[in-house]
Design a binder for this molecule. Structure first.
Ligand code: DGJ
Length: 573
């Protein structure tokens, strides 16, 4: 009997002891991480979903703590909650193996003092294609750290992806950085995510043409990539799958046999792809297809493999979300080499997923006019949308509503956030962020439920139809009253709160409602209330009717300030 009691006491102690040691899983899940929460993938920080109202600093700002001193309060005042902050290889490892993290520590402390978070941008082997941020001991030792070459054999100022020495040196430095961040920030979580490198890819050539690269290009496509493509055949990105199928859908062969021809010999990559010599039609549409596909796909594989190792080395030290960003193919930059060839572009997302499974997201630097189209392309293959660079003017302030509402973005971040015009406290971005920061909990909850939509309107897209809940919403520019000039942009986030009830938050839009199902009757507005969310609670303001609801035909959100309206619909015959 005594024995049994002793045994049970022992068991109790063991169980209690085991239970009180946080499991590896619990430790990992307490770090910032991405998680599929209902209908959306969200960033979870300290157990709660977090919406990044970001801003990316100019490239050189964070190299000086003194320079940054005045910038942090400016960001906080404009309701930015995360600063995308460069940290460069040359500054943390000025001598091989000798690390200096004083700047990193200072940036983290400054951010904390201003109640801001950081996403660090690792300017390692590449920044905008080129390798200007590598330390001088890497730059000058070109025998050990070889450059990519053009067709004439000239070196480009781009570290070749074919160098294990470069990859390992980068991975070593990145791992040291992540170890340090874990040591100084593992409990506080000021640092939320890492961008690995910046806008990688070969510029000025369609691919690396160094001898070792040419040799690899003439060899068969690696079986790992071929197997991935066969396994995911039915869900491949359509434009990528088309290239493969047009080349015969082969399951083995050299890069050109499997994916079609690379750039013809002797043809120089132009700086820009202009019309003429492109026809206006080619110029307008050619930026949406792969050109010289074997070259771009080959480079995408190379960059993804290299960066996967850098990412893995960092995550082994401190496992927070990591992503790569892309300089996009676009009008005037349609062929690989006029944009960085091999970067994480939408047409080669499958190659990146196959080559770099350690990465959490592939992210567009989204400056082009086709905002919705690119968001949608980056949401394919279960990729969560994060926009690390974008416009910070009135257009950006409208697009952020589409990003969070329509595309359940994890975050949005204008580039050059500290610019006096972007950071102006009464500027469009500050106003939009002030409004969105009040709505963040609601936006995050509706992203999870999939009951949210968002629109940004401009002169080219003056009206959009949104299907949400049981109704179709027609969102268009609101007619302005009196002498107020019509704005160039308007935006709204729409949340379906229950049957026939919506919260519409934004500026400068009119919204009318229709129910298109055969059983529907005519739709009317039962009630419309203006209000605000204070501390997460709805505080009603005016009851809207008459002119303010266009005599019952729809809502009108004024163009001067952001407002929220709550509408209840009804049906009649
Ligand atoms: C994109 C780059 O990623 C940024 O670092 C910066 O150079 C901007 N372009 C400048 O427009």
């Amino acid at each position: 009997m005594k024995k049994i009691t002793k045994l049970s006491t022992l068991l109790f102690l063991v169980v209690t002891c085991v239970c009180s040691i946080p499991s590896a899983d619990a430790q990992v899940s307490s770090l910032p991480h991405l998680s599929k929460e209902g209908a959306a993938t969200q960033l979870i920080v300290d157990g709660r979903p977090f919406l990044i109202l970001g801003g990316e600093l100019h490239n050189s700002s964070s190299s000086s703590l003194e320079y940054m001193q005045v910038i942090w309060p400016r960001l906080a005042a404009m309701h930015v909650n995360v600063a995308l902050t460069p940290v460069s290889w040359e500054l943390i490892e000025p001598q091989e193996g000798k690390f200096d993290f004083a700047l990193v520590d200072g940036l983290i402390q400054q951010a904390r003092r201003n109640d801001l978070h950081i996403v660090f941008l690792w300017f390692g082997s590449w920044k905008n294609g080129v390798s200007t941020y590598v330390p001088a001991w890497v730059k000058t030792d070109y025998a050990r750290f070889p450059r990519a070459r053009d067709e004439a054999g000239r070196p480009l100022e781009i570290l070749s992806t074919f160098s294990a020495a470069s990859r390992d040196a980068d991975a070593h430095a990145f791992a040291a950085l992540m170890r340090h961040i874990r040591e100084v920030d593992g409990q506080n979580h000021t640092v939320l995510m890492m961008q690995v490198e910046n806008e990688v890819g070969v510029l000025g050539e369609s691919r690396d043409r160094s001898p070792v690269a040419n040799e690899a290009f003439a060899k068969p496509v690696p079986p790992e990539l071929m197997q991935y493509l066969q396994k995911h055949k039915d869900t491949l990105i359509p434009e990528f799958r088309k290239v493969w199928e047009d080349a015969g859908g082969k399951t083995s062969g050299t890069w050109e046999q499997v994916f079609g021809p690379g750039k013809p010999k002797g043809l120089a990559v132009p700086v820009r792809t202009l019309s003429p010599p492109m026809t206006p039609e080619e110029h307008e549409t050619g930026w949406r297809s792969l050109h010289w596909p074997a070259d771009e796909i080959f480079m995408a594989w190379q960059y993804s493999r290299y960066i996967n190792q850098v990412t893995q080395a960092g995550k082994a030290e401190y496992n927070i979300p990591m992503y790569v960003n892309a300089w996009l193919q676009q009008r005037d930059h349609a062929w690989p080499g006029t944009y960085p060839s091999g970067g994480p572009l939408p047409q080669v997302m499958d190659v990146w997923h196959a080559g770099a499974p350690a990465l959490d997201m592939l992210s567009p630097d989204l400056y082009v006019q086709e905002f919705d189209e690119l968001c949608a392309r980056y949401m394919r293959s279960s990729n969560a949308l994060f926009i690390p660079e974008s416009a910070g003017d009135a257009r950006g302030a409208a697009n952020v509503f589409a990003a969070f509402g329509q595309y359940a973005a994890v975050g949005y971040s204008p580039f050059g956030i500290e610019n006096p015009s972007t950071a102006a406290p009464d500027g469009p971005m500050a106003k939009a962020y002030e409004f969105l920061s009040q709505l963040s909990p609601l936006i995050l909850a509706h992203q999870q439920k999939g009951t949210i939509a968002g629109v940004a309107l401009d002169k080219d897209h003056p009206a959009k139809k949104i299907q949400i809940g049981d109704y179709t919403l027609n969102v268009s520019f609101a007619r302005s009253w009196g002498t107020t000039p019509a704005p160039d942009y308007a935006a709204a986030i729409i949340m379906a709160t229950s049957d026939g009830e919506y919260l519409i938050a934004g500026k400068g839009v009119s919204v009318s409602f229709s129910c298109d199902r055969p059983e529907c009757l005519a739709t009317g507005l039962a009630s419309v209330e203006e209000g605000a969310f204070v501390g997460g609670l709805w505080v009603p303001g005016r009851r809207l009717n008459g002119d303010e609801i266009m005599s019952g035909s729809g809502l009108r959100l004024p163009g001067e300030n952001y407002t929220v309206q709550k509408v209840k619909l009804y049906q009649y015959r």
